[in-house]
Design a protein around this ligand. Structure first.
Ligand SMILES: Cc1ncc(COP(=O)(O)O)c(C=O)c1O
Length: 386
């Protein structure tokens, strides 16, 4: 059953939400059935535990949907994330999968919250972790290896992740400490190539072989893609099949986990924005890159991979009188010239102030990174559909 907190207004669809609320603030719309579908894909077909990487969207309205969809494990990157998850869902199982931790946080995570999974990619963090957890044998310590960029839009192996040689030394050290040696990687976010996972699993296999260590678990990370325009996302089972095939080459069966962020929550949120000004071919919206659209400005993100967008009039209906579509430059509301969407949007030529533009599949890295620059902070919520 999906969570529908009473305080969030609920509508049959987005048009009805606009007609009723006439939202003057950007409004995030939760689609419970989309959260459920996304979780089911993993829970039914991924060959191990699925951890939701809450950094992708830590808002409690989203966490409630993810929990209601059956996810019980969480990839938490900091003590505040652990506190958030355990405070809301005491039975949740947290995994501390960031390769760098603020001093003292592993101690609290272990002693107070019973967290036993940690990641390291260097001796310093391993020493600190072992000291803070008093060399507990309960720990599963995942050594993070860097993987080739492959098919991902946003790479995640230049800041963290070590070479197979470095990883082999760390794995031996973990084994000698009495903790359980494991391997993790992140193939990069919005990964469009299922083969990247197979390649990374193979790297993990060779790394364990080099170390002469039997690994207790393998974490294949996040990176599973969300659906955006002009973005041919391969079927999900290709990812799972690719991972399973690669796992079959391990010398013995290894428990596997994954930590998707985007894939569990991107489709579950749409965003209603309002046009507040039109100047010729330029539109000014009540949300921009300092609000929900930060990710579109990241180096590596292809501007053509854009959210699906459509316009509705002030009554929440499709406008009846456009002569056609026109390309508009779309600005956010702040004073900064950089606050502009990275590509023009095709919208009805008669669009103007008071009309709405809806952005679909905006759940990932939007709410999580919004700022209140210039006093704009999107935080209105609604639910549409079941
Ligand atoms: C360690 C780790 N795990 C999981 C994720 C989630 O990645 P994604 O949203 O691409 O699935 C990230 C994203 O930065 C990450 O750094």
């Amino acid at each position: 059953m999906n969570v529908r907190p009473a305080e969030i207004p609920r509508f049959a669809n987005i048009g009805q939400a606009i007609e009723t609320l006439k939202p003057a603030e950007p409004t995030y719309v939760l689609h419970p059935s989309k959260f459920a579908e996304a979780a089911k894909r993993f829970l039914d077909h991924f060959p191990g535990d699925t951890l939701y990487a809450i950094k992708a969207n830590p808002h409690v309205n989203v966490l409630d949907q993810v929990w209601a969809s059956g996810i019980r494990h969480f990839d938490t990157a900091s003590l505040p994330e652990i506190e958030l998850v355990k405070g809301r869902f005491p039975e949740a199982i947290c995994h501390f999968m960031a390769p760098v931790r603020a001093p003292g946080t592993a101690k609290i995570a272990f002693e107070k919250y019973g967290v036993t999974d940690y990641v390291v990619d260097c001796d310093y963090e391993l020493d600190k972790l072992l000291a803070e957890t008093k060399n507990s044998r309960k720990l599963r310590i995942f050594v993070r290896i860097a993987t080739p960029l492959g098919g991902a839009l946003l790479e995640l192996s230049s800041k963290f992740g070590c070479t197979p040689d470095e990883a082999a030394k760390l794995l031996k050290r973990v084994k000698d400490s009495g903790a359980q040696p494991c391997i993790t990687f992140h193939v990069g976010s919005q990964c469009l190539s299922p083969f990247s996972y197979a390649q990374a699993v193979e790297m993990a296999r060779r790394t364990a072989e080099k170390a002469g260590v039997e690994i207790a678990a393998l974490d294949v990370g996040g990176g599973f893609p969300g659906p955006y325009n002009n973005n041919d996302v391969p079927p999900y089972h290709w990812y799972f099949d690719s991972i399973k095939e690669a796992l079959a080459t391990m010398p013995r069966p290894v428990p596997v986990i994954c930590e998707p962020g985007r894939a569990l929550i991107a489709e579950g949120l749409s965003l209603i924005t309002q046009v507040i000004l039109r100047k010729g071919d330029s539109l000014y919206l009540n949300d921009g890159v300092y609000g929900s659209f930060d990710e579109l400005t990241l180096p590596g993100w292809n501007a053509d991979y854009f959210h699906r967008v459509y316009a509705l009039d002030a009554k929440g209906k499709v406008s009846e009188k456009p002569q056609g579509q026109k390309a508009f430059r779309v600005y956010g509301p702040t004073c900064d010239s950089l606050d502009v969407l990275p590509r023009p949007l095709a919208l009805p030529d008669n669009i103007g102030p008071g009309d709405y533009i809806v952005f679909e599949s905006i759940g990932a890295y939007s709410v999580a990174v919004r700022t209140n620059f210039n006093g704009f902070f999107p935080d209105s919520w609604a639910i549409a559909g079941n």
